[in-house]
Ligand binder design. Structure first.
Ligand code: 4AD
Ligand code: MG
Length: 481
């Protein structure tokens, strides 16, 4: 008999249907009631065993344990119990894969509350929990919504290289790619490493961003986006940083900074709405979990809005748009500044620290904030210089509870200005010959941004540590699995 998925049974199963279901045992109560789940939904299907039926030998029943894989055939009936409308009256069970209860009890599959830290240590098994089932189904939905958003608007998805020969972006420390025998690295006559002997004949790294290549494509295809893994070797052991994360980078010809902000706001709103409309059960589960956890916290640490309300809030409200200069002014007039509560200085020309960003988003505006026109000094070379000569057409989008979720800008399209910037940043112009070519042949205003995909998944799932929204996090001193 062909297998029916649990989600299909629960949503469309009819009383009297004879079906086969395969999945893992989540719970087995009174030797009669099996909760079975196959990953298609957060909800389990209840299967009921008739103990008087001789096919269910004691031996067979013993093998139906939490985490074992089973195949069940039976008839759908109206449920007698609470919590479900429909259940399956089991006619036969086949245990496909046993799971030793003693060993299961040492893992996170043991059905009880485990800390997120403990779950991370068993990341290979945490998919089995309700929590991570919900998180990774939503992660998929966010990814799909992103592709759908851009596709529906006529954007082209561009695959930009993961191994890169340029280190010009300046977005962070890079991981080197080499196939040298590290105990026997070829040297030149003057004792330096001879990169010409390496696989690519030059120094190569894992990319920190696909932007520069996306710009090349945008100068012909008009509207493009990249969606790929990016790598940063910074030693930042925070709840918002990964060494390997995914970034979504649209790049649009003829857009200015305002168009860029409009696009980003529409995009983030769309993704939130998509998750609300398409991940109802998983979202409700995560929402309820958060509400429950909040009740155990001191009032000051509780969320002002819980998950679903936070998403709704983003969908229903416009983002606040302010310049960096205005942000500094607001911070200087703020209570924590006056009471010397900020650790880092608030001074025009200094980058905003996350404590400042949090104040603006969570206390001052209580909604997403777009900060624009930052001082050129701490932003990348490619950002378009403003007429004031001091600031650039940059934008950062800050989200409550997350901080920076998007960084972007209008790009410097004027060849002479760009060349000056490259010089001022001490970048070798030769290395960027291909990038500069776009400014020689039909240069045009254009703009784009990068969304930290995992930070978006944090926002849509309410998970507070970025390590819990990617299956196998890569962080300093950890690359398990
Ligand atoms: O602000 P960033 O560094 O911007 C760029 O790389 C530009 N080239 C993007 C563009 O204009 N096309 O990074 C973009 C976003 C950040 O806002 C943040 O959400 C995320 O990427 N991000 C990280 N996410 C997880 N772990 C890290 N270590 C991250 N670093 C940045
Ligand atoms: Mg940034």
């Amino acid at each position: 008999m062909k297998r029916t998925e649990v989600v299909e049974v629960l949503n469309h199963g009819k009383i009297g249907d004879k079906i086969n279901v395969k999945g893992w045992v989540k719970a087995f109560r009174s030797n009669r009631f099996i909760q079975i789940n196959d990953g298609s939904t957060i909800n389990n299907l209840q299967a009921v065993i008739d103990l008087d039926n001789p096919v269910f030998s004691e031996d067979l029943i013993k093998k139906i344990t939490v985490a074992s894989a089973i195949s069940i055939t039976g008839t759908l009936v109206e449920s007698q119990g609470k919590g479900q409308k429909i259940e399956i009256n089991v006619e036969s069970v086949e245990v496909l894969g046993e799971a030793n209860p003693d060993e299961v009890s040492k893992t996170i599959m043991q059905p009880k509350r485990h800390s997120l830290e403990f779950l991370r240590e068993q990341a290979h098994l945490r998919f089995r929990t309700n929590l991570f089932g919900a998180v990774f189904r939503i992660r998929h939905a966010v990814s799909f919504a992103i592709h759908k958003f851009f596709n529906d608007k006529g954007y082209y998805h561009i695959a930009t290289p993961i191994i890169t020969g340029s280190d010009a972006e300046g977005a962070g420390e890079m991981f080197r790619v080499t196939n040298f025998d590290l105990n026997n690295i070829p040297k030149t006559e003057d004792g330096k490493i001879d990169w010409s002997e390496d696989f690519f004949g030059k120094e190569t790294n894992l990319t920190v961003s696909g932007q520069l290549e996306a710009e090349l494509a945008a100068m012909a295809l008009g509207k493009v986006y990249t969606f790929g893994p990016t790598f940063r070797a910074e030693n930042s052991n925070t709840s918002r940083h990964l060494a390997e994360f995914w970034m979504v980078e649209p790049e649009v010809a003829f857009n200015n900074l305002n168009d860029n902000m409009d696009l980003a706001e529409e995009f983030l709103t769309y993704v939130c709405k998509y998750v609300m409309d398409n991940c109802k059960d998983d979202l409700q589960f995560l929402h309820d979990r958060e509400v429950k956890e909040d009740t155990q916290k001191p009032t000051a640490e509780r969320h002002e809005l819980n998950l679903i309300d936070r998403l709704k809030f983003v969908v229903d409200n416009d983002f606040e748009r302010i310049t960096y200069t205005k942000a500094i002014e607001i911070l200087k007039n703020s209570k924590p500044y006056k009471k010397k509560k900020f650790k880092y200085p608030v001074e025009w020309g200094e980058d905003l620290a996350s404590e400042h960003e949090r104040f603006l988003v969570e206390k001052e505006f209580k909604k997403p904030v777009i900060i624009t026109d930052y001082p050129a000094s701490f932003k990348a070379f490619y950002m378009r210089q403003n007429d004031d000569g001091k600031t650039v057409a940059a934008m950062d989008i800050l989200f409550p509870g997350i901080g920076e979720i998007i960084g972007g800008s209008q790009r410097e399209e004027r060849l002479d200005v760009l060349k000056q910037k490259i010089k001022a940043f001490n970048i070798d112009e030769e290395e960027l010959w291909w990038y500069l070519d776009t400014r020689k042949f039909g240069t045009a205003p254009h703009a784009g941004f990068g969304l930290g995909f995992e930070r978006m998944v944090m926002f849509t799932t309410g998970m507070s540590n970025i390590r819990d929204v990617i299956p196998f996090p890569r962080i300093p001193k950890k690359a398990e699995f």
